[in-house]
Write a protein that binds this ligand. Structure first.
Ligand code: IPM
Ligand code: MG
Length: 368
């Protein structure tokens, strides 16, 4: 199969982790006889530096023409610390999501038995966690009208949802639940917010079409607590844009490192794949970032091409590393592998999991 992939590496550690993601893709291409054509484009702070715009027209055009988009990370401290900045890197990502209609953000969260000790939570509470967060991505408070008064003394961000926006993501969440443990938890704040009440009513109606799936409701403040004290209760979490942003970062605590989590953002025409972590500017250029979130995002990307065997191979390669104790400093503060060594090991395993066992063990022992 031949596929065109738009590659938007972005800022900070983005380019480093994306490089490892491409190694995994190239290894898949060589093992399974596919051809991936990469089209690189700027986004975020780097795009502001080069063009003044965090999402230049050319980048959007590249994404529109591609079969899928692989995205690194965006953000730069020089904007974070300047509340008066008119142009910000994050605007590039938000406009990209909106322009491509990427309404459904999917964030799977599963713990690995070898990494339980990295979480501040008790191993018995997090062993076997396997959930997926369905976060609405193109509406709500992120995209509502914004206002700052002339005198700078008041401001608002409007949160608005339409039934159709809730319905389309709810269907995807219920379909996912049908292939999992058949449970959907709608996380909202229906005791306070009108939009949450609209979500509840709409989701309750959609649930009738999926009688096998158990639907329950949880207020977001309680969900934030339940995520920590009893995370195994969750199967599919369905939620709005901002609540999903917050609880997905929280959920990464279960896995031991924010660097582990992949995501896909599904739209009507194309889809985008990115690790959930940010640009981690303090680590940029040091080759210490964890590329697993990106490499697992590559697995999700392969699935949208219906390359299921290929996706499984990528996941097995990652599992191999985790089982063997191979990981970047966030996972193994004592036995440190660099970001690029991780990419090399995973790519070698993908290319030939049997023949390369020996080669990998050699390089592993040299690294140690
Ligand atoms: C995410 C990020 C983004 C968001 C930022 C970078 C705009 O935190 O993808 O979770 O808030 O959606
Ligand atoms: Mg976030």
């Amino acid at each position: 199969m031949e596929k065109k992939i738009a590659v938007l590496a972005g800022d900070g550690i983005g380019p480093e982790v994306i490089k490892q993601g491409k190694k995994a893709l190239n290894a898949i291409a060589s093992r399974f006889g596919h051809k991936f054509i990469y089209c690189h484009a700027d986004v975020g702070a780097i795009a502001i530096d080069n063009t003044g715009d965090p999402l230049p027209e050319a980048t959007l055009a590249t994404c529109m023409e591609a079969d899928a988009i692989l995205f690194g990370a965006i953000g730069d401290p020089k904007y974070d610390n300047n509340p008066d900045a008119k142009v910000r890197p994050e605007q590039g990502l938000l406009r990209l999501r909106k322009s491509l209609g990427l309404f459904c953000n999917i964030r799977p969260v599963a713990t690995h038995p070898n990494l339980l000790h990295l979480s501040p939570l008790k191993p018995k509470n997090i062993r076997g966690v396997d959930m997926v967060i369905y976060r609405e991505l193109t509406s709500g408070i992120y995209f509502g009208e914004k206002y700052l008064s002339e005198d700078g003394m008041s401001a608002f961000d409007k949160c608005e949802y339409h039934v159709m926006e809730v319905e389309r993501i709810a269907h995807l969440a219920f379909k996912a639940a049908m292939n999992r443990r058949k449970k959907v938890t709608l996380v909202d704040k229906a005791n306070v917010l009108e939009t949450s009440r609209l979500w509840r009513k709409t989701v309750r109606n959609i649930a009738k079409e999926y009688p096998e799936v158990k639907l329950d409701f949880m207020f977001v403040d309680n969900a934030a607590m339940q995520m920590i004290i009893a995370p195994k209760q969750f199967d599919v979490i369905l939620t709005s844009n901002m609540f999903g942003d917050i609880i997905s970062d929280e959920s990464s605590v279960l896995t031991g490192s924010l660097g582990m989590l992949p995501s896909s953002s599904i739209g009507e025409k194309t889809s985008l794949f990115e690790p959930i972590h940010g640009s981690y500017p303090q680590a940029a250029g040091q080759d210490i970032a964890n590329p697993i979130g990106t490499i697992l995002s590559v697995a999700l990307l392969l699935e949208t091409f219906d390359m299921h065997k290929e996706a499984r191979t990528v996941r097995n390669a990652v599992a191999y590393c985790l089982t063997k104790g191979i990981g970047t400093p966030d996972l193994h503060p004592d036995i440190k592998y660099t970001c690029s060594q991780m990419g090399d090991i995973i790519a070698a395993w993908i290319e030939d999991d049997r023949l390369n066992q020996a080669k990998i063990s050699d390089s592993v022992s040299t690294i140690i």
